[in-house]
Ligand binder design. Sequence first.
Ligand SMILES: *Cc1c(COP(=O)(O)O)cnc(C)c1O
Length: 223
Amino acid sequence: MTSLAERLEAIRSEVPEGVALVVVTKFHPASLVRELHALGVRDFGESRHQEAARKAAELADLDLTWHFIGQLQSNKARAMREYARVLHSLDRPSLLGALAEPDREPIDAFIQINLTEDPARGGIQPDALAAFAERALDTPGIRVAGLMAVPPISADPAAQFARVRELRDRVLLPIAPTATGLSMGMSGDWREAIREGATHLRIGSAITGNRPDPAYARTRTEG
Ligand SMILES: *Cc1c(COP(=O)(O)O)cnc(C)c1O
């Protein structure tokens, strides 16, 4: 058995300078976020709005940066902005309207790319990226940060990450020169992601250990 500190340090020691490590704490209690904060972690990823909002409120005394990484319902977009500074899952046109807020500090948003042939999966199809990015750039309240993707389970992650990087360079950067970010790499493929130019890693279980069963986590944190 390794400790939380050992697992965190093992990964940190391999993450190059300038690459952000976002520790994904979904399903875990706020107390784990507090432990990680004590170990120096400041960037945390959550994928469900209610859970994230609850943890952010419970941990309001800490200096944390919350990254929203899951599918976001449009009617939760405003509330998400109350705690999250970065959105990694700008995945469909209807979110643009929901996020458009001219009077507030823009949120950093990664456009999520769908790497499968299945349009029902979350994300923008590569051939629709240019048009979608133009609309995002025209939306007040959004600052396009780059691209995000999750490789399909059966695919070679390195090839998928290279494809995302190529899309950023060829399609996004010519119209959004500051959108240099690449949010890619999870517990099983973060080394490949670093090699392919990731700027933001989203790593959960390799640091936190296995996630508790969601139903169990719910009864524990709502009590
Ligand atoms: C859960 C999740 C992660 C982290 O997954 P691990 O395999 O535990 O590292 C990263 N990105 C997204 C979008 C997730 O939902």
